[in-house]
Design a protein around this ligand. Structure first.
Ligand SMILES: NC(=O)c1ccc[n+]([C@@H]2O[C@H](COP(=O)([O-])OP(=O)(O)OC[C@H]3O[C@@H](n4cnc5c(N)ncnc54)[C@H](OP(=O)(O)O)[C@@H]3O)[C@@H](O)[C@H]2O)c1
Length: 216
């Protein structure tokens, strides 16, 4: 069993990651800004107060954990894209202060930078709304930053083109740089199965120092 420090436990993806981690018997510290927002209770869950943008707070809550998972985001507004790269930088800065004892870092990424069958990238798709483009590029910048990090064990997991709450089937495919498209022509994953893939990576790391993606 692993000890996991989780950021974003009140969010759409983070709450499924929390459920999946607890379901598998892991011990979780959910680091939140406002504990009143996290209504989930479980004997293996501790709620701590902290801000992902504060490296000292990251170090404090990550100390002793096996893995830090970040599923932070911020809705459809400008706060979202402004949070992504700084949060990755803060997580890395905080974990670096723990030296050789630093836990692994597993971040929820974006699909925008994945390659499409025409050799372009998802963010080149015509007609995408401006707010979404900005979030996609923020995730691209954050991934570029992670790729410069050679002194920590990190993994970035890009969702499929579409991720939404749904069924937990336990079945999924993984890839690296290419957008995964199913037989129905769609690139999608339920939030629940995304969490299954993320916890599988927590338990058996196969993607250290790289981005991978998950879809049906
Ligand atoms: N297809 C795709 O590529 C795709 C699709 C969806 C999502 N994503 C990415 O997945 C991530 C999570 O998305 P989501 O929809 O699950 O987000 P969400 O529902 O908006 O939840 C965001 C979470 O981040 C937390 N948070 C925000 N700022 C924080 C801070 N400074 N310190 C600590 N926690 C903070 C929020 O906590 P509070 O409760 O305190 O606000 C909340 O728990 C985002 O990075 C998003 O861009 C990618």
């Amino acid at each position: 069993m692993s000890t996991i420090t989780l950021y974003g436990a009140t969010g759409t993806i983070g709450s499924r990651v929390l459920d999946e981690a607890l379901r598998r018997g892991h011990t979780v510290t959910a680091v939140v800004r406002d504990p009143a927002k996290l209504t989930r209770t479980h004997p293996a869950l501790t709620v701590a107060v902290g801000d992902v943008l504060d490296p000292a707070s990251v170090a404090e809550h990550a100390k002793g954990a096996d893995v830090v998972v970040s599923a932070v985001g911020g809705g459809d507004g400008p706060g979202h894209q402004a949070l992504i790269a700084p949060s990755f930088e803060s997580l890395v800065a905080g974990l670096r202060t723990l030296g050789a004892d630093a836990p692994r870092l597993l971040t929820v990424g974006g699909a925008g930078s994945l390659r499409t069958p025409d050799g372009k990238q998802v963010w080149d798709t015509p007609g995408l709304p401006e707010f979404l483009l900005q979030i996609m590029h923020a995730h691209g910048d954050a991934l570029d930053f992670l790729r410069t990090v050679t002194d920590l064990r990190w993994t970035n997991l890009s969702p499929a083109g579409t991720i939404a709450p749904g069924e937990r089937t336990g079945a999924y495919r993984t890839g690296l740089e290419d957008l995964l498209i199913g037989a129905d022509g769609e690139s999608r994953i339920s939030t629940e199965d995304y969490a299954v893939a993320l916890l599988d990576e927590v338990e058996e790391p196969k993607h250290l120092g790289e981005r991978f993606t998950v879809a049906y």
